[in-house]
Design a protein around this ligand. Structure first.
Ligand SMILES: O=C(O)CCC(=O)C(=O)O
Ligand SMILES: [Fe+2]
Length: 193
């Protein structure tokens, strides 16, 4: 590979995936504490995908993706304590942003999430980080190699995945070093969102 090609590849590797947005301090420390109290009080269940069980613990509202049936199922209705933050996310997402699904997740120290793209039934993905930061990693094939990008997602920050960052790039989180909670807000693709 020539020098120019290497430099081009290097600059691509440091570029943020198209459609990925990051907002630091999306909520206040007081709002963060309140949300952590609610999420940690939920009857969180080990993430279930088919016969496998993930180490992270989750609770879904609105809809949940059933990995055995391979389709969306109705889940518990979205609880009232999530309304204010959902409103804030919808305002942030702009007109016609309707959050239909919420996933609350707990990552104990040493727990992460493997490479994946979220299910195609979902539209845009918003993620609020609580309690601790994580490395939010992205990759997509680039010839024989992977093009990579890492977002440092700080507590109280919100990321939004749309466009290529949502449809083409995969994401994962390596084992966290301190207990992290997240709240993932998803729109549906069959709506204009
Ligand atoms: O914890 C997060 O911020 C992301 C979790 C995730 O990627 C997912 O549940 O699909
Ligand atoms: Fe995801």
């Amino acid at each position: 590979m020539g020098l120019i090609a290497q430099l081009a590849l290097f600059s691509e590797e440091t570029d943020r995936p198209e459609g990925l947005q990051y907002t630091a301090e999306f909520i206040s420390p007081a709002e963060e504490r309140e949300l952590i109290a609610h999420v940690s009080a939920l009857p969180l269940q080990p993430f279930q995908f088919g016969a496998h069980q993930g180490k992270r613990r989750v609770a879904s509202f609105g809809f949940r993706y059933d990995y055995t049936l391979r389709r969306l199922q109705q889940a518990d209705p979205i609880p009232g304590w999530l309304e204010a933050v959902i409103g804030k996310v919808e305002t942030h997402g702009g007109p016609s942003t309707r959050i239909a699904q919420v996933l609350c997740t707990e990552y104990e120290v040493g727990v992460g999430i493997g490479w994946h793209r979220d299910k195609p039934q979902f539209g845009r993905i918003f993620g609020l980080s609580l309690g601790a930061s994580c490395k939010f990693r992205f990759r997509r094939p680039a010839g024989e190699k992977w093009q990579r990008y890492t977002l440092a997602a700080a507590p109280r920050s919100l990321y939004m995945m749309s466009g290529a960052s949502r449809q083409i790039w995969e994401h994962s989180i390596p084992a966290v070093e301190a207990k992290r909670y997240s709240i993932t807000f998803r729109t549906m693709t069959d709506r204009k969102s």
